[in-house]
Design a protein around this ligand. Sequence first.
Ligand SMILES: Cc1cc2nc3c(=O)[nH]c(=O)nc-3n(C[C@H](O)[C@H](O)[C@H](O)COP(=O)(O)O)c2cc1C
Length: 146
Amino acid sequence: MAKILVVYHSQSGNTRAAAEFVAQGAEEAGGKVALLEARRAGVEDLLRCEGIAFGSPDYFNYIAGGLKDFFDRTFYPTQGKVTGKPYVAFITHGGGGKAKGSIELLCRIFKFKKITDTLLIEGKPDAASAAQLKDLGKKLAAAITK
Ligand SMILES: Cc1cc2nc3c(=O)[nH]c(=O)nc-3n(C[C@H](O)[C@H](O)[C@H](O)COP(=O)(O)O)c2cc1C
């Protein structure tokens, strides 16, 4: 069973809702999911999982501080131990979405393996976005089990 970490930051709930759909998709594909707010997640969560879904709002064209803090805290203790670990990312935004660049840069520095394009969702996920988010979770689970 694919062990998946869905880690996110959310201030007003849009990214939390998105994260729940990603987790649902991963579970439907047979994954065992830990859905964690970034401030509650740490080194062990990152080491233990076999794949990660990162969720962030776009704040000032950048990754949200709460999720950035997770990357900051986990970098040195996991360096060299997470190389090639599969990841996907999703961003909720208010019409921009440029935070994609900062998340993908951090994932490259950690040497995670990108499974598919980062998903951009405007505002709260609607039914169409929910389907895309679930699909993202499924793709991550499939990448681990194949
Ligand atoms: C401090 C702050 C900065 C923001 N900056 C941007 C931005 O640069 N580009 C953008 O598209 N949306 C921006 N937004 C809108 C949020 O990305 C959007 O509302 C997001 O869905 C909020 O996610 P949350 O409900 O999970 O906190 C900003 C919102 C806040 C509170």
